[in-house]
Design a protein around this ligand. Sequence first.
Ligand SMILES: NC(=O)c1ccc[n+]([C@@H]2O[C@H](COP(=O)([O-])OP(=O)(O)OC[C@H]3O[C@@H](n4cnc5c(N)ncnc54)[C@H](OP(=O)(O)O)[C@@H]3O)[C@@H](O)[C@H]2O)c1
Length: 330
Amino acid sequence: MKYRTIGTDPKTRREVSVLSLGTMHFGTATDEATSFAILDRYVAAGGTFIDTADNYAFWVGTQGGESEELLGRWRRSRGAGDEIVIATKLGARPMAPGTSFTDNAEGLSAGVIRESSQRSRDRLGVTRLDLLYAHIDDPVVPLAETVQAFAALVAEGTVGLLGVSNHWAWRVERARALAAGADLPGYEVLQYQHSYLRPRADLPGVRSPDGMPGMLGGDLLSYLRAEPQLTAVAYSPLLKGAYVRPDKLGAAEFAEYNHPGTPARLAALREVAKDAGATVNQVVLAWLIGAEVPVIPLIGASSVAQLDESLAAVDLELTAQQRARLDAAR
Ligand SMILES: NC(=O)c1ccc[n+]([C@@H]2O[C@H](COP(=O)([O-])OP(=O)(O)OC[C@H]3O[C@@H](n4cnc5c(N)ncnc54)[C@H](OP(=O)(O)O)[C@@H]3O)[C@@H](O)[C@H]2O)c1
């Protein structure tokens, strides 16, 4: 395994593995025994960066909490401690079972931030959340209220690092500027959907007619390049398995990848995979980890075999020629 530092403050920054493990389906679609086996294998391989959210997996008809609860049970049964960094998120939990973050999200008011973070600590069985993200933006609550509420949790020691997900770049910068201006800790880890295939930027998103704020686009990439102390975490880097299952890539869920640049990039990927003696998924992960703006892939896995394939990508060093071939395809 390889490691890198997230965060800047010596009191809260952490060393984490360059591959992060998502647990979105753990405790629901992925049963407890399989989830524990995947977690154990990840830790045995040196993995130290686990991701969840307070609303996983609300889509089964609940308000979520199943993933955090499973992680709490796993931590207790394994005696896991501070060596494992667990990131969670709040703000996108539906206010009632059967609803969604699209129409009924808890949001980012001071009250929600306090209460939901407490619930996450209880479910995970920890006294401090290592990394807490704002899961989605709240267009109603004043940004200053959100910034102050997150900073208060850091000040009292119940949260270590702060992160942000699915916000437009200008909202991230505005929140960080507000925090810096008030000498408060701001968002330092940015979690967005990002992979090798490039999405169309002209399609409306589920929460915005202007596009998909969850996609890592040029605005955010240039921001990360200019602020190298920030960390980029890429969710769904394997496009939920679509690289190796073309039927998935053709589904409506991936409409943003249905454009003429996609076949060219898929062809480059296959060529480089053959040349490197690796799988397509491994090339995608290695491309992200070793990029000029380095990215921590946040993978999902529903079996130990899938995890093993992704873990091997950490040791795959793409040559300059292979990287150039991948970057040139469009
Ligand atoms: N911030 C956010 O809004 C947000 C949104 C989404 C996800 N996330 C986080 O990101 C994590 C990962 O998301 P994701 O699950 O979409 O990531 P992903 O790595 O793109 O997809 C994981 C899925 O890909 C398939 N897969 C993985 N390895 C494979 C292999 N070797 N061969 C074939 N299929 C393979 C599996 O699907 P099958 O199970 O169908 O086989 C697996 O469940 C989540 O757990 C969550 O923590 C965050």
